[in-house]
Design a protein around this ligand. Sequence first.
Ligand code: SAM
Length: 325
Amino acid sequence: MKRIESEFCFALTNPGSEKSLKRELETMNLGWRPGYQRRGFVTFKADEVFSLDSLALDIATARRLCLSLGKAATREEAVNLIGGRYLIHHALYADRKMQGGESVRKPEIGEIVGTVVELGPAEFWAGLHRHGPSKSPDPAGDSGMIMPVESPSRAWLKLEEAVRFFDLKFTPADIVVELGCAPGGVVLALLHRGVPVIGVDPAKMAEVVMAWAIENRDDAPNGNPWFYHCRKPAALTSKRDLGQGVTWFMSDMNQSPEVVLKECARFCKMVPSIRGVLITLKLTDLMQIADKAQWFTALTAMGFRTIRLQQLAVHHKEFALLAMK
Ligand SMILES: C[S@@+](CC[C@H](N)C(=O)[O-])C[C@H]1O[C@@H](n2cnc3c(N)ncnc32)[C@H](O)[C@@H]1O
């Protein structure tokens, strides 16, 4: 089969993150030069042509990275640029958001997927990417998931979107510890997935979550998911509060990446059974993305091998940081 190449690629990002995307690429020293830009959309050029393989990169600020097939005046024309043989995803900039269209089916790993991006009434772009294990299966990396009314916070969406983006699997043997768990959107999502949670936060939890609460960590029942509220700051949490068997460390604390990663290292040392980490990193300035390598180094030093940083459609000044052993 003929190698598919292009002089240009384009990235879809959360509107307002374009500068951060360009900064991230600069720190990666790929030699890519930004070209045309609209809200949520940036094209790049390099000295060498892009291929589907050369775009198999993890770029935290890009929800989707495509080989560019060019610009078109209508959707039909853009679809024709892609041709009839690929699954086609639609993306649309509307209501100040880069939104994904409806998904017909999940792409297979290795499958080439076309993307048509609608930036305005007569501005469409066509692109291609290859689906991989660390790529969102959804158009424009946007699952379009709707939060249940009983969720006490939007954090429910952050957990569910990360699970879908990274294709995370939980087993009945998993126990999650979440720092910064109040009022409980993430905890509710995990409980509904059948995963027990130890939540650390001095703040009050919502009643819908407290319905699953146990008084003592030692009373955790076998079989059913449960919630244990460790009502104190993260720094005061000890091995005794956590008990045996914690397998996941999560954090949604509104603290700097440095503070969160320091706690993560302490928890991983206290609980060697932790196999996965999922952190919502909160940045005061999106340009802090330039510190990405430092965060990866810290996680590598904790023994993690697969590390991913990713902006999700539900994020603003946040990134999901995933690490697996
Ligand atoms: C964005 S909210 C978390 C939302 C929550 N994950 C949910 O699913 O609803 C941030 C939380 O971090 C907590 N927090 C901030 N610093 C903390 C610390 N040092 N230890 C524990 N919790 C902390 C705050 O009390 C606050 O409830």
